[in-house]
Design a protein around this ligand. Structure first.
Ligand code: SAM
Length: 266
């Protein structure tokens, strides 16, 4: 495991131990309508009963137990054992079963090729320096025609200041093309303090999927903005800066065609 991955393992363990709002397990009421959380855009085709689902970097007791409650055969992978414990606790509370595996999203060697019908990855690619190895592993473990649904931090959100200028806008503080971890930010709902985060360009987030052998079916920038909210809040900033990017992709049966879909610009 790379040193930044080890760093983030400990950082996420600590976030759970201090009861951070970033580690927010599903409540009993969420099990009345799991799809609100596991399928917010209606991109996945229910029923999930008997489907093999990898909830990748998805510890925290939300997606895994909710898919399990829908009858799916669920594996939750996460680098943080404390986050995975939340999945086991919620699964036990709700009387559903799932597997948990502590490992990095960059190393899915525990799994064979073409195992999963669906890979669901909540916001987490910001915790690895290089995206291509993650996409390559997902392309390997997902079945041909399988569905990969992911959310990512928007690069512009990682560039922009977390607090507004006096004029009300948000300064771009980081270059778009950059190397290494971003500077830490405290007290922001956009950034998990203590973690090492990396900016991935849209070229890498979207084009990288095509290179890895996926076709992109849908892209969303989930709306979180509210112009009436307090200045400096998550909702106020989200009117100026989209926080997340959601992508639905399908594993191509013959990925060798991917270069016909996307040509690198440099
Ligand atoms: C924002 S949380 C996502 C799950 C959360 N339950 C949710 O509802 O959005 C990000 C997760 O990514 C995990 N993570 C960070 N780096 C990772 C890595 N290299 N491999 C696997 N998981 C990682 C963290 O431990 C954390 O559980």
């Amino acid at each position: 495991m790379k040193s930044e991955e080890r760093h983030n393992e400990h950082a996420w363990d600590d976030l759970v131990r201090v009861g951070s709002s970033f580690a927010n397990p599903a409540r009993p009421a969420d099990f009345q309508n799991p799809e609100l959380i596991i399928n917010p855009f209606g991109w996945l085709k229910a029923p999930f009963r008997g489907k093999r689902i990898l909830c990748l970097a998805a510890g925290g007791g939300r997606h895994g137990p909710l898919f399990a409650a829908e009858g799916a055969i669920v594996t939750v992978v996460d680098i943080s054992e404390e986050m995975l414990k939340l999945d086991r606790d919620v699964a036990q509370r709700e009387g559903v079963s799932l597997k948990t595996l502590q490992c990095s999203m960059t190393e899915l060697g525990e799994f064979g090729d073409s195992v999963f019908d669906i890979v669901l990855q909540p916001v987490s690619t910001c915790y690895v320096e290089k995206l291509a190895p993650v996409y390559a592993e997902i392309a390997r473990v997902i079945k041909p025609s399988g569905t990969y649904v992911s959310q990512h931090k928007q690069p512009v959100s990682l560039q922009a200041a977390t607090k507004p200028l006096a004029s009300g806008g948000y300064a771009l503080c980081e270059p778009y093309y950059r190397e290494g971890a971003l500077p830490q930010v405290a007290g922001s709902e956009h950034r998990e303090f203590g973690t090492k985060e990396y900016l991935h360009t849209l070229e890498d987030l979207l084009g990288g999927l095509c290179i890895a052998g996926f076709s992109i079916d849908a892209v969303k920038e989930p709306r979180h903005g509210n112009p009436l909210s307090e200045s400096g809040s998550f909702q106020a900033r989200s009117c100026f800066v989209p926080p997340y990017l959601a992508i639905k992709a399908t594993r191509l049966d013959e990925p060798s065609g991917s270069t016909l879909i996307w040509t690198p610009s440099n």
